[in-house]
Ligand binder design. Sequence first.
Ligand SMILES: [Zn+2]
Length: 490
Amino acid sequence: MGSDTLPMKPSPIPTQDDDPPNPSAALLSFNTDSTSSTSNPSHKPTIIFIFLLLITCIALSAAAAFAFLFFSNSSNTTTTPTSTTTSIDSKARPLAKLNHPVVILVSSDGFRFGYQFKTPTPNIHRLIANGTEAETGLIPVFPTLTFPNHYSIVTGLYPAHHGIVNNHFVDPYTGEFFNMGSHEPKWWLGEPLWETVVNHGLKAATYFWPGAEVKKGSWTCPEKYCQQYNGSVPFEERVDTTLGFFDLPSSEIPYFMTLYFEDPDHQGHQVGPDDPEITEAVANIDRMIGRLIEGLEKRGVFEDVTIIMLGDHGMVGTCDKKLIFLEDLASWIEIPASWVQSYTPLLAIRPPAGVDTADIVAKMNEGLSSGKVKNGKQLKMYLKEKLPRRLHYAASDRIPPVIGLVEEGFKVEQKSSKRQECGGAHGYDNAVFSMRTIFIGHGPQFARGRKVPSFENVQIYNLVTKILNIQGAPNNGSESFPKSILLPSA
Ligand SMILES: [Zn+2]
């Protein structure tokens, strides 16, 4: 690992600390058994004594010879170092080959925190062992959905501020629909990292990311550096294209690159988080990380490049008929389907102008808490301004005025149906642990083997601009956060 990237100063080279087997432990099993030959009392005691003496001498010399062989042999054995290194860096490590810092932001969609222990993931664990990890996972923003979260990661803004408040929603002024294929810049507020990087006259590249195809400000989604989304492109091709950027002349190597994988979210929705299909998807993501590492090593830049591996949200199983039907509230209030912009896990209701929203919330909550609505107590309605402040889900007209928070694993539907449902979902309160995902930072400015407390993904934007040493746009992340997680400059 990294033999081609010698740090300038000899002292802070991280040692490949190994754990040699304890030779004394082996000696403990070397037992002498002296519970024999107490028979033959009729023979002369002197003969017995001489015989025993001889036996003892032979046994002792054999033991001495064995011990000699044992120790001389063990001293010749070379101990193979393990890949784990401990954190002994106190300063960021200088670049050895690249002329400028490079960050590759890798997203594995729906990679719930803990998936990394489902199956051997040697490559992800190599990044963890030699990098910095959020010990109990990365906290997504609310709602814990794909588009709001991916765009929060690259803008540092909560969805209310970057405008992508759901995977699909309606503009209350124009009545236009946003969906995951909407690339008009009017939807996408804030300044994503690729735009920030280009604003500084530097190059950025995206191999898929929600919002990356949107031509906005200085970002033109140039053909050479920006891929149009196509979910059927094999993961290997995405990795190899990204690696290909390192074969360009130095001035053309992008400072910032994104790499996106739909898995294991794709499988998670169909089968829930505990299915063997997820295990296989996780193992495959690990293979892709291995492919990325290997390609960077082959080019001699693995230790120079910063890899940030994360996900957008977690996943929870939704079996066992954990359903709430809006039609069951009819005795208290009728909620027509046309009022509902999304059902689950984020229930978002926009009634026509003139309908009293506070009255809707009050009547729905009355019904839900009455004990007469199946699973009613697992759903609570709010005026968006009254949602817990930690959710940051009010300051946008795109957010409908009435929002329901449903408990983990439950789903809301308009009316009862025969449809059998058993799968996985996300989108719940971001305080729910199953919604957490992973964060691993590996590169010159990340300490090796360090664990940091969980943090929200709006901090990533400032982290990346700090690593690239560029000025970022204003955002919801903390200015001091990067300092708390990165090594100080050398
Ligand atoms: Zn997702």
